[in-house]
Design a protein around this ligand. Sequence first.
Ligand code: PMV
Length: 333
Amino acid sequence: MLVMEATARAHSNIALIKYWGKRNEALVLPYNSSLSITLNELYSDTTVRFDASLKSDVFMLNGQPATEREQGRVSEFLNHVRQLGNVSCHAAVNSQNQVLTAQGMASSASGFAALACAATAALGLQMNAQSLSRLARLGSGSACRSIYGGFVEWTKGVRSDGLDSHATPIACEDHWDLRILFTITSTSEKQVSSREGMRRTSNTSAFYGEWLATVDRDLKEAKHSVIHREFNRLGQVAEANALKMHATMLTANPPFWYWNETTIRVMNQIQSLRDTGIPAYFTMDAGSNVAVLCEPESVQAVRTHLETIPGVQKVVECRPGPKPTLLKGATKV
Ligand code: PMV
């Protein structure tokens, strides 16, 4: 009986310039390019075992059988890998997240990046980082950025087959000692998935056109700020870009938002801290949790303030993190 197994760790990322909207849903091709920081403390460890004796794919997430929807997404992704490896057998996937699942903590990014690395390694496929990035993108758009460490850009590409839509590294994790304070305001599952949120927004929001008209400028500004380590410039454009993305949701039909009361309190607190001379900026993905950007010299003060906000459950301090690693190579039994 043939069994092929591998385990990989991939880190999550936080977008400073957001990916929001797909020009091709099946191939996960975005309308706009985006930029993120890979995070050292938030990651997924995923083991994939292709096993000829399995009757169907099995997906365990954090020690529990995953929901039907999650199983479906993983199976669909494994079909791409099976096609690449020219195999037909099913797989057992076991994934452990050091990231909250489905609450704007980018668990799909680390999850699908780890799955792409582990599944291809299990089959012994020789993939370079660019091909892995394209493959991870098919699971979840933001996952394509988690194939690299440090500061990463996902170039949207223009081709209809998606070959030019993948991430590229801008600067490695040692380039800049930034701190990202992940501020958890809720652990319950969000009501609107990012997939549905993007679809609804790009189809119905009157602001979506403005989002697309200005996001390239934001990206250029963010990239320049990263390369030259200009903290305030980066913080300002990242915060503005996040608010702009969230504004497209408020103006969708029907409208929706991911924020809760604590999210708003955190945003208020960060703006007040800036008024007192402590430089810090916020950004939120499709969820209620907030990522606060700051520099090492102010991280303790910012953290203390965040921890005293009513409703804040936990603050996780991150730095720019590494690219994925293979924890256990392919074994054939
Ligand atoms: O990768 P997805 O399908 O979970 O979409 C992620 C979208 C945002 O997190 C809101 C933005 C981003 O660029 O990560």
